[in-house]
Design a protein around this ligand. Structure first.
Ligand code: SF4
Ligand code: ZN
Length: 444
């Protein structure tokens, strides 16, 4: 089983007998070793190992009590799927709700919502969904038109945090469980440390107590598990995984730190645990001791009322959402019929259509007059993209592929570079047989 994460990282699971019996049950053949630990286990004992780690985190850090109403943030990915499954298995009597935010990121968000619904049905967990586009009138992709175009993931995090907190409050949920695992926490800690963000760092603890009454407590029950283990857990316990990577997945500083930590732990398998312990037991208490009472720094946001440390009186979420008011055109994607209407109405030929399928498929069928672009161009740097599309700087660029996924990623890259690029979703209806002699040659 292969799983492609946002940002392109690939996880793969191949179960091969390790030539020894399971170290726990001593009976079955061992097929897997948990990440960073030399402990050959059979499938059943591996699942039990992961569940034990979660239970240990919950009990050690007093994450919740039997009477608490728990909200689990589910994205459609492997980590939150594993978290929800483990919590439901360990605490079948606890009031547990899944909360999902549809971010409006084209095909990715549609896929994620289906995956979440399937997961919740399988586990018998009630699901609360919130659709940003329908309820708030904007999507995460809209921020590609603002100065935050290179920080979409950071924006996404800010928006998600706000809505999860709000949804929890409105539904009487007093504890929010997030699927941050050891790798996430360590990379965020290192990133915060090297940016000098010590307040941010001090809040990266397994439990974040609410600053104000009525706010939910936030807990990280996966803090002692590594990402690889969560992928294995999801696959081995048969959770419905829909590997679909977000097209915004970017190389962020946090991801760079994640890679660094991974490299270090290859040389020293206990590295991650030691680093976490140093941050958690030594550095964070030291920072907290020197910080002012946190509450004093906060005021309620002038728009949404959420506590904010901002001097402007508006929280980070509201300041960013306000930027969208200035964006004249947010549309990134056209349905085939909308596109045909636009093309038909267009007086001048101010648009170009690019087909980013494989060349042999483009040669068979495409949109009349579409120009073929090698899909591997997507992996090239900005300079190459700029050079390729320079002749079309003043035109509206429409992209199509097989399903509208690769083309959507082209659109996002080009929007970041200042082009007026649009995606054509579900382009099947637009295809016509291509006649070889009429093909437009690629600018590459
Ligand atoms: Fe949000 Fe970035 Fe994750 Fe996409 S990759 S869901 S934009 S955080
Ligand atoms: Zn606000």
């Amino acid at each position: 089983m292969k799983y492609v994460k946002c940002g392109g990282e690939v996880f793969e699971l191949k179960l091969t007998p390790l030539g020894t019996n399971c170290r726990y049950c001593k009976e079955k053949e061992a097929v897997i070793k948990p990440a960073g630990i030399s402990l050959p286990l059979c499938k059943e004992c591996f699942l039990a190992f992961c569940e034990k780690k979660v239970k240990m985190a919950i009990e050690k850090h007093k994450m919740f009590k039997p009477e608490d109403k728990i909200g689990v943030m589910v994205s459609g990915g492997k980590d939150s799927a594993a978290l929800l499954a483990i919590l439901k298995k360990l605490y079948p009597e606890q009031k547990i709700y899944a909360i999902h935010l549809n971010l409006g990121i084209g095909y990715y968000s549609d896929f994620a919502e289906i995956a979440v619904k399937r997961l919740c049905e399988k586990l018998g967990v009630p699901l609360i969904t919130y659709n940003l586009k329908e309820k708030e009138g904007f999507t995460i992709s809209d921020f590609i038109n603002t100065r935050f175009r290179d920080k979409i993931c950071a924006i996404c995090g800010t928006i998600k945090r706000y809505h999860f907190s709000r949804i929890a409050r409105e539904n009487g949920i007093n504890v929010i469980c997030t699927a941050h695992h050891l790798d996430d926490i360590l990379s965020t800690m290192l990133s915060a440390f090297f940016q000098g963000d010590f307040i941010g760092l001090s809040r990266l603890t397994p439990v974040i107590e609410p600053l104000f009454e009525g706010q939910p407590k936030k807990v990280k029950p996966l803090c002692y598990l590594q990402e690889k283990d969560l992928f294995y857990y999801s696959v081995l316990s048969g959770l419905p995984l829909e590997p679909c990577a977000c097209p915004h997945g970017e190389i962020t500083t946090v991801k760079e730190w994640k890679k660094w930590v991974e490299e270090k732990s290859k040389e020293d398998p206990s590295f991650k645990f030691r680093l976490f312990s140093i941050f958690r037991k030594k550095l964070i208490p030291l920072i907290k001791k020197n910080l002012k009472e946190e509450k004093e720094n906060f005021v309620p946001c002038g728009i949404c009322g959420e506590p904010t440390p901002s001097k402007s009186g508006l929280c980070a979420k509201c300041r960013r959402v306000k930027l969208l008011e200035r964006v004249k055109e947010r549309k990134l994607e056209y349905q085939p019929e909308e596109f045909l209407k636009l093309v038909g109405d267009s007086q001048e030929k101010d648009f170009v259509v690019f087909d980013v399928k494989l060349k042999e498929d483009y040669e068979k069928e495409s949109f009349p007059g579409a120009i073929w672009i090698d899909p591997t161009l997507l992996s090239k740097d900005d300079k190459t993209l700029l050079k390729t599309f320079k002749p079309y700087r003043k035109k509206r660029l429409f992209f199509m592929c097989y399903t509208g996924r690769t083309s959507f990623r082209f659109v996002l890259r080009l929007r970041k570079l200042g082009f007026l690029a649009y995606n054509i979703a579900n382009p099947k209806d637009l295809l016509m047989k291509n006649e070889k002699e009429k093909l437009v040659s690629s600018p590459l």
